[in-house]
Design a protein around this ligand. Sequence first.
Ligand code: IPM
Ligand code: MG
Length: 370
Amino acid sequence: MNKKIAVLPGDGIGPEVTKQTLKVLDTIGKRFGHNFEFKKGLVGAAAIAEEGNPLPEETLNLCKESDAVLFGAIGNPKYDNNPDATMRPEQGLLRLRKELGLFANIRPVKVYESLLDHSPIKKERVKNTDMVVFRELTGGIYFGKKGRSEDGTTAFDHCEYSVYEIERIARMAFEAAMSRKKKLTLIDKANVLETSRLWRQTVQGIAIDYSEVEVEYLFVDNAAMQLIIRPNQFDVILTENMFGDIISDESSVIAGSIGLLPSASVGEESALYEPIHGSYPQAAGKDVANPIASILSGAMMLDQFGMEEEAELVRSNVTLLINKGLITQDLDPLHFISCSKVGDVMSLLLDLNVSDIRFENMLEGKLPVI
Ligand code: IPM
Ligand code: MG
């Protein structure tokens, strides 16, 4: 198969984690006879620095003509600490989501048995957690009208949703529930917000078509507690843009590190794959970042290409690597391997018969003995 992939490494640790995913995809391509054509584009603070625009037209066009987008990370403290900045790296990602119509952000959260001790939550509570968050991505308060009063002392961000916007992602989430544990939780704030009441009403209407799916409604404040108290009660979580941003970061730490979790942002015609972590500027260039979230995002891309066997191979080797204790500094500050080493070992594992690999001495910095 031939696939054109737009690669947008972005800021901070984005470039180094993305590089590892490219190693993995290259190896998969060779092993299975696929031709992945990678083309790089500028986005975020890196694009502001070079082009004075967080999403240059050239990058947008590249994404539009590609089969998929592999995204690194976005953000730079220079802008975070300056509320007066008129241009921000994040605008690049938000515009890209809107322009490509990526209305559903899908974030699977699964705990690895061997990492149970790494979760900040007690292991009896996180055990067997396996859920997926469906976050609406192109509507709500993120994209509503925003502004200031003339004297600058009042500001507003408008939140709006249409039935159409709710329905398209809700159906996707119900379909996912059907192929999983058949439970869907809508997270909203229907006791206060009108938009949330429209979400509830719309979801109740769709639920009639999915009578096998158990539907539960939780207010977002309660959901934030439930995620910590009993994360394994969830299967599919459906929520709007802003709640989804917060809830999905909260869910991600349950697994032990935000550096483990991938995401897919999908629309009718395009799809973008990105780790859910941010640009982590303190670690940039140090080769210590965890590339697993990016590599698993690559696996989600393979799924979209219909390459299920390939995707499964990537996932099972990630699990193997983690079970062998070959993890990055975020998970073990004493015994860890580097970001680039994760990519190298993954490529080796994907290239060879796993049973031929011995993992001795890996943590001392040597490559596995074959
Ligand atoms: C995310 C990020 C973005 C968001 C930022 C970078 C604009 O936090 O993808 O979750 O808020 O959507
Ligand atoms: Mg976020």
